[in-house]
Design a protein around this ligand. Structure first.
Ligand code: 13P
Length: 233
């Protein structure tokens, strides 16, 4: 399974080094694929069993894009994994589907592993299933769903950082629909915690989880990795 931590705008560079060191021993003992996305300014070369990815980058080698980082900044640290389409970038930072697709193609061309996020806001969730799927499918526009280094993360916007999650039956249903669009590994994200991770990982077509706030504590994130190991025993 794939167990990923999105640290968002948390943990400084020194705190990230401590964090990665702390999770390293449980990652070494685990058979899960573990990916950590530190804040941009906390990217670095880490000597650990964990894959480090970037939460964002501009689709360019380098240039005049104030406040952004480009490919050369990732190459400095050997980073080949990127998160694209996260709901906070779509909704808070206003990234359009067209720009997201451009970013996708740039990093695909560079052979990056792409964790591509889709998810619906509450108003859409409260409409019909058909409308909800139409909304989600629009987030696949311009995306190569058969890219071999693609991982998709389904993260309902209303479940992110709220402590609310869809029912397990709901997750099963939506994941089954999304698998029709792409056979890439499909993660669930949104209020995954130590106490619900096992149930979520057991749902059909859930190939892993993308965890935000509950992953900020190395101990909690390690428990989630261990929970995945226990399920595979
Ligand atoms: P939370 O786990 O804090 O809900 O965040 C999920 C998320 O956005 C991961 O990318």
């Amino acid at each position: 399974m794939i167990i990923a931590a999105n640290l968002k705008t948390n943990l400084t560079r020194s705190a990230t080094h401590r964090y990665i060191q702390e999770i390293n021993s449980c990652v070494q003992k685990s058979s899960q694929e573990v990916i950590v996305f530190p804040a941009i300014s906390s990217l670095d070369s880490f000597s650990a069993a964990v894959t480090v990815g970037t939460q964002n980058a501009y689709p360019v080698q380098s240039g005049a894009f104030t406040g952004e980082i480009g490919l050369q900044h990732l190459e400095e640290f050997g980073i080949k994994t990127i998160l694209i389409g996260h709901s906070e970038r779509r909704h808070i930072l206003g990234e359009s589907q067209e720009f997201i697709a451009r970013k996708f193609h740039y990093f695909k061309k560079q052979g990056f592993k792409i964790i591509y996020c889709v998810g619906e806001p509450l108003a859409v969730r409260e409409s019909s299933k058909e409308e909800m799927l139409t909304y989600l499918y629009k987030q696949y526009e311009g995306i190569d769903t058969s890219y071999e280094n693609l991982i998709i993360a389904y993260e309902p916007v209303w479940a992110i950082g709220t402590g609310k999650i869809p029912t397990l039956e709901n997750i099963k249903d939506i994941h089954a629909e999304l698998k029709k669009k792409s056979s890439a590994p499909l993660l669930y994200g949104g209020s995954v915690k130590v106490n619900n991770v096992k149930d979520i990982l057991e749902v059909k077509n859930v190939d892993g989880v993308l965890v935000g706030s509950a992953a900020l504590y190395a101990e909690h994130f390690c428990s989630m990795i261990q929970a995945a190991d226990e399920l595979e025993k």
